[in-house]
Design a protein around this ligand. Structure first.
Ligand code: WTA
Length: 661
């Protein structure tokens, strides 16, 4: 994103938080923020221990806060016991929250269903009992492949209730991707839905589960539980498959929560890395839930009367922390939305904010950019058509927000009244890391500003030495924090190598580049420093897409994938492909590009489809055979090649690869 990075670096507009927010904020003013940071630095154990006692209910109190004896396999609160579902639900019963709406669900077609905390607890308990009746026990793993529905949240909470570790797979992933995850985690059950509704279309889920299970190696799966989202019938395998409503009907609405050790794995969520297959990021119950609850209070300044809406899908980390766990742990009323921002038209988000009186709205820059585009070309979907005065706080997540999009969000959605929290974090960090606090931090468009109290983020060089403000470097976190990744499921060596490389002095390596401003020391994320792309806020490994392309063995000899800046999706996927036949041109090239795109869509999922495919008789390589990715990135951007190409073995293919398909 070179153009927007340049504009971010030159950004000098500053926006102070509104007094109305500051007056009642959990962290009010920079002095309060600095005091919390100081407390955390002076005595981290006291700081974190106090937070954990204040925000969570423990069935067995912990006596130890951080155990660093086996670093980087850190343990938090590890002689304490608790249950995540108890902390999200039971805790509110008998309080003013008992009959408060926990979820306001809006379906794709606009139908609204509300559940109170009491009702949600009953549903979760019933489904937890149903899982137990299916033989799912504490320590087992359950795959959840569900749409955005109340039932999706129920499935996650029910697993937590019985001490089963869940792994949610985004409903847009293919049978192949689902199969790999079922196998890697050794799931004993799969919870799915017959279909999902998105943008007026009925899309299959259950049949994809059937396909995944038929690929072999998933013999541990004893049962498949199917939520009937629509009336359309699906194939049910006798003995293995059961309808959710049927298995729940027979069960009590009470289920004693299974207390677990604070380090018990609450969930594993797969995410893309720079090499090999996706990594199963493992999170622990106590530390994760603590940070989910704490960031609801600090970053979103959550009040009892708020109506919180995070638009992320439960298939991603944002949907875990800020849909399935954080809002419930904090006793919030939240909106859960099944559909897409552009159906029935691109005014859907604004219409829903008005309809439900949303006060805190949290979405991704990609969504904002696509809605700006829509509003620019069609007045009828411009946010000015709706009353957005209920909004207090806006949030952004998942990718850098360019200052232009930030300004539009600030003006047209927040009416220059609502602070924007640009939250930098990752699947591995469990919750927010660097973000403005709405009642404290002066905002600079395009900057995620400062780390949260207790988060020792820094920018270092390749040997782990701090760099000066203004000089870019590698983003690291110097001290452990409670919601950090515990390991990569089944691959502790890869965990250490990926996140705690020796040369970085034991710091956590985020995988992003960053720079701090000279005046305020504000952080700006400049993008991934590895081979991970960020397409519409979704992480994709270039290697995964390359492996998928070369798996099309009848056609493809070699492939290299790079990212190119894109106005809407942030980055777009560009693939360079060498075929096992002469370089195609014209219609033939278009037909093959179409076939390859379709293949990747089927193999990984539609989000991995290359936007552009270019063919050549070879890839640009050095004399030692290394692919020159920097050159490919330049070609993908249609830049003139000014780089030195003297080490290139085969310079003539550069012009060939400049042809788009
Ligand atoms: C990027 C999503 C700039 C970053 C929560 C990170 C961001 C990756 C921001 C993690 C932000 C996330 N500004 N970049 N506010 N938030 N990123 O694991 O590159 O899906 O490493 O977690 O998204 O993506 P993930």
């Amino acid at each position: 994103m070179s153009s927007s990075i340049t504009s971010v670096l030159q950004e000098n507009r500053v926006f102070e938080p509104a007094d109305s927010i500051k007056a009642s904020a959990a962290v009010s003013g920079m002095d309060a923020y600095n005091a919390l940071c100081q407390q955390a630095r002076d005595n981290p154990d006291a700081f974190w221990g106090e937070r954990a006692r204040e925000l969570l209910s423990w069935s067995k109190p912990f006596t130890r806060v951080l155990d660093e004896s086996n670093a980087p396999f850190f343990k938090w609160f590890d002689d304490g016991e608790l249950n995540a579902s108890y902390n999200c639900l039971d805790r509110h019963i008998g309080t003013a929250n008992e009959n408060k709406a926990a979820i306001i669900f809006e379906a794709d077609d606009g139908a609204v269903t509300r559940v109170t905390y009491k009702e949600l607890l009953a549903k979760v308990s019933q489904f937890a009992n149903a899982l137990k009746a299916q033989g799912v026990k504490k320590g087992d793993c359950v795959i959840i492949y569900m749409p955005m529905t109340i039932e999706g949240v129920v499935a996650m909470q029910a697993c937590a209730r019985i001490g089963a570790t869940h792994s949610v797979v985004f409903g847009g992933f293919s049978a192949h991707a689902l199969h790999d995850r079922i196998q890697d985690i050794g799931a004993v059950a799969v919870v799915t839905s017959n279909y999902q509704m998105r943008g007026g279309k009925e899309l299959p889920l259950k049949s994809i589960v059937d396909e995944a299970l038929s690929m072999g190696g998933c013999e541990k799966v004893q049962s498949v539980i199917v939520y009937q989202r629509t009336q359309t019938a699906v194939n049910m395998v006798a003995g293995r498959d059961h309808f959710m409503a049927e298995v729940m009907a027979a069960q009590s609405t009470e289920c004693a929560p299974e207390m677990v050790n604070a380090e018990h794995p609450l969930f594993v969520l797969y995410t893309s890395g720079s090499t090999g297959k996706p990594k199963g990021v493992q999170h622990a119950t106590g530390g994760y839930l603590l940070w989910a609850a704490q960031t609801m209070k600090w970053t979103f300044d959550l009040k009892d009367s708020d109506v919180f809406w995070c638009t992320a899908d439960i298939g991603w980390i944002t949907g875990h922390t800020y849909v399935a766990y954080g809002p419930l742990a904090a006793g919030a009323t939240q909106i859960v939305f099944e559909g897409v921002p552009t159906f029935p038209n691109a005014g859907r988000f604004w219409q829903m904010i008005e309809k439900h009186g949303c006060t805190i709205f949290y979405t991704a820059p990609t969504a904002i950019r696509s809605l700006i585009k829509a509003a620019d070309s069609d007045e009828s979907v411009h946010p000015k058509n709706w009353n957005l005065s209920s909004l207090r706080i806006l949030g952004s997540v998942g990718e850098p927000i360019n200052p232009e999009a930030w300004m539009w969000y600030y003006r047209h959605i927040g009416a220059e009244r609502c602070p924007i929290v640009d939250t930098f974090w990752q699947t591995e960090t469990g919750g927010h890391m660097i973000t403005p606090l709405p009642g404290a931090t002066p905002m600079v468009p395009g900057s995620c500003t400062l780390p949260l109290p207790g988060i020792e983020a820094a920018i270092v060089d390749e040997s782990g030495n701090d760099v000066a403000n203004g000089a870019g470097g590698i983003l690291v976190v110097k001290r452990p924090w409670p919601s950090m990744i515990r390991t990569i499921w089944g691959d502790p060596d890869r965990f250490v190598k990926s996140y705690f490389p020796e040369e970085l002095k034991g710091y956590y390596l985020a995988g992003d580049g960053a720079v701090r401003s000279e005046d305020r020391g504000y952080f700006r994320i400049t993008g991934r420093i590895d081979d991970v792309l960020n397409v519409s806020g979704h992480r994709m490994g270039t290697m995964e897409i390359e492996s998928s392309l070369v798996a099309k063995t009848d056609l493809v000899a070699e492939a290299a994938v790079v990212g190119r800046p894109d106005d809407v999706s942030g980055e777009a996927i560009v693939a360079f492909v060498v075929l096992k036949r002469p370089v195609p041109t014209g219609d033939e090239a278009n037909a093959i590009a179409k076939e390859l795109r379709k293949w990747v869509g089927q193999d990984i999922g539609p989000i991995a489809k290359p936007k552009e495919i270019r063919f050549g008789e070879n890839l640009p390589k050095t004399r030692s055979g290394k692919i020159m990715r920097r050159l490919l990135r330049a070609i993908a951007k249609d830049e003139e090649i000014t780089q030195d190409t003297s080490t290139l073995e085969n310079p003539h293919i550069l012009s060939q690869l400049s042809q788009k398909h």
